[in-house]
Design a protein around this ligand. Structure first.
Ligand SMILES: C[S@@+](CC[C@H](N)C(=O)[O-])C[C@H]1O[C@@H](n2cnc3c(N)ncnc32)[C@H](O)[C@@H]1O
Length: 283
């Protein structure tokens, strides 16, 4: 397990990311003392359909200003900040990658949002929080790297207050295997652990949740990637982009994701799962 975690961590370990983002903003003519959430969007929302999906999830969540929400696997915090900005709630983001967490904190400070948005580097499988601490949880495209999904979801359920909800937006397997690699979340199969939607559903309920919303978003993901072509020659990368988080082969990764979607090798699920207001059955 420790070996797996190290491998996942080293996949999400960019060098000098914060300074590169600031340089990129500068090249784009943005004054870094005056940047907005939108300026960072190309690099800080690392999930399928980016900020459009984040805004849909915010609506779905129903989270309100007085609540404290946990963002599990927050990356460099784009959707963490968007959630706090749109709802007024307090958000704590956690991520395995201390490089990402460092950047998340510094960008949040730059945006002057640090009073409501904070970050910790830790694993989703061992959250450093008491039972029943949060009024809501959300997790955006992290499960792909988590082999022990029951441990992750049980831990999520543990820190959530009874009667409160977790919003999940996750890549799952589909009818066909194997995946084409590399993909945005993994260079190869050693850190990619997809399960079919039905199995994901079962794990969510085994962890103690009641599922109240289950939406298949695979069609929308396919549409979002329909324009992605097989890369040829040297990569033509934008000034700011998620390649800064996981490497210059992002065009190949995006193309493989398109093929995996089109060939029914991956699916995309949005769900709301509620921690029941009754004692949980022992695992
Ligand atoms: C595809 S990125 C998504 C990041 C972020 N949710 C977003 O949408 O921008 C997946 C993230 O999951 C994190 N991650 C993977 N395994 C984790 C674990 N066991 N605990 C915490 N974070 C993990 C990675 O470090 C990475 O930041």
């Amino acid at each position: 397990m420790i070996k797996d975690i190290k491998k996942i961590h080293s996949y999400y370990a960019p060098n000098d990311l914060y300074n590169k983002i600031i340089e990129g903003l500068d090249k784009l003519g943005k004054d870094s003392s005056n940047i907005t959430l939108d300026d960072l969007q190309p690099v800080d929302e690392f999930h399928i359909r980016g900020d459009t999906a984040t805004r849909e999830l915010i609506k779905l969540s129903g989270f309100t200003p007085e609540q404290h929400i946990l963002d599990v696997g927050c990356g460099i915090g784009g959707s963490t900040r968007r959630l706090a900005h749109e709802t007024g709630c307090r958000v704590t983001g956690i991520d395995l990658s201390d490089e990402y967490i460092d950047v998340a904190g510094r960008l949040t400070q730059l945006l002057n949002m640090h009073e409501r948005v904070g970050f910790h580097a830790c694993s989703a499988l061992e959250l450093p929080f008491d039972d029943n601490s949060f009024d809501g949880v959300w997790s955006i495209q992290m499960n792909m790297n988590v082999e022990d999904k029951l441990a992750w979801l049980s831990e999520t359920c543990r820190v959530l207050k009874p009667g409160c909800r977790a919003v999940l937006y996750e890549v799952c397997a589909h009818k066909n295997t194997p995946l084409h690699f590399p993909v945005p979340w993994a260079q190869d199969s050693s850190i990619s652990f997809l399960v079919p939607p039905e199995e994901f559903r079962d794990v969510i309920t085994s962890a103690g949740f009641d599922i109240t919303v289950w939406n298949d978003k695979t069609d929308l993901a396919q549409q979002a990637f329909a324009h992605v072509k097989e890369p040829v020659g040297e990569p033509n990368l934008p000034i700011l982009g998620v390649y800064m988080l996981v490497g210059d082969d992002i065009s190949t990764k995006a193309y493989n994701l398109r093929r995996n979607l089109d060939e029914e090798r991956v699916s995309l699920i949005e769900a709301v799962a509620v921690k029941p207001d009754r004692p949980l059955a022992p695992l």
